[in-house]
Design a protein around this ligand. Structure first.
Ligand SMILES: C[S@@+](CC[C@H](N)C(=O)[O-])C[C@H]1O[C@@H](n2cnc3c(N)ncnc32)[C@H](O)[C@@H]1O
Length: 308
């Protein structure tokens, strides 16, 4: 069933085949969004079960509608940072597969009043979970110069972070997406604004990451979910920028490595044993065709591991 939640699932066939789905398995989609990937996973299940989590009530509502009548689908509004608590609450011990499709959905970006995009004018917001009180308005209007510079520099990898942060502070209160976009443009040389073809993207990404705590406990969540996989079970993670990809890569690498003793240690004293194998050494990228059809897939990286 179609819903009015617009999001094109990225690398759909790569994700589905990468999960190597067992028809009777228990699958967890940590970021179900509009249910695009989950719907494909469901096609491969016979007696299996699908658990879908999202922190956005719009996503849970859309999936409730989309999967109406399917008694093998469990939907849960929550944050995957609380995954241990969520799985305990649902009485789920082991999993056959896990998917994380990180970041924002097109629905979130394209819903004007949610204030994620510099393309529309709206009150600054950017909360994935609208029941959370902390929003972009707080980051932009309450942070100190050094704190705001750090957020824009670290999460946006923006070379003009200091100039942007100081202009934000001079122009407070900053309340709308267009106002913020104009301040960002005025904080860098004109030729950079034109050459980048998206002067605002890095700062908007940084503020969004801060508002939603997108990198907080990501490493721990990936590690915990790997520990919950059954032997032969797989975990697939789609990332959209280098910061989250680095965290996933490091977690996967740690779990795919035997000894973690410092180089030169004569015999292993750590006793660490690898628990997964990497299915792809280098992350998979969307095909050129998909990138042309869906520009949001251009920055996607897909990493997959299999539990030993
Ligand atoms: C890229 S979309 C997922 C799209 C989905 N795969 C589909 O095919 O429709 C990412 C979703 O993850 C959710 N999300 C992001 N971080 C989350 C977190 N820590 N816990 C729960 N949901 C999260 C967002 O609200 C958003 O709906």
């Amino acid at each position: 069933m179609e819903t009015d939640f617009k999001h094109i699932p990225i690398m759909l066939s790569e994700v589905t085949s990468g999960l190597n789905i067992r028809p009777d398995g228990i699958y967890l989609d940590c970021t179900i969004g509009g249910g695009g990937h989950s719907s494909e996973i469901l096609k491969h299940l016979k007696n299996g079960k699908l658990i879908g989590i999202d922190k956005d009530q719009d996503a849970i509502d859309a999936c409730t509608k989309r999967f109406k009548g399917k008694d093998n689908v469990i939907l849960y509004k929550g944050d995957f940072k609380d995954i241990e608590h969520i799985l305990n609450k649902l009485g789920v011990d082991k999993l056959d597969g896990v998917l994380m499709d990180l970041g924002v959905s097109s629905h979130q970006i394209d819903t004007v009043e949610r204030g994620f995009s510099f393309r529309f004018d709206a009150p600054l917001d950017m909360r994935m979970d609208s029941s959370q009180s902390f929003s972009a308005m707080d980051v932009v209007n309450k942070y100190s110069l050094s704190h705001l510079t750090r957020v824009i520099s670290e999460y946006g990898e923006e070379p003009y972070a200091k100039s942007i942060a100081s202009n934000i502070i001079k122009n407070r209160p900053v309340t709308t997406t267009k106002q913020l976009a104009q301040i960002i443009e005025n904080s860098m040389p004109k030729k950079v604004v034109f050459s980048r073809g998206g002067a605002h993207k890095k700062t908007f990404q940084a503020i969004r990451i801060e508002v939603n705590g997108e990198l907080d406990r990501l490493f721990e969540s990936v590690m915990y979910l790997i520990s919950k996989l059954k032997s032969g079970g797989r975990m697939a993670v789609l990332t959209f920028h280098s910061l989250e990809d680095r965290i996933v890569k490091n977690a996967f690498k740690l779990c795919a490595t035997d000894c973690l003793c410092p180089p030169g240690t004569p015999i292993c004293i750590c006793g660490h044993k690898k628990s997964v194998k990497l299915i792809n050494k280098k992350p998979l990228m969307a095909s050129k065709d998909e990138q042309l059809q869906n520009p949001r897939s251009t920055s996607a990286k897909l990493r997959i591991v299999e539990k030993l």
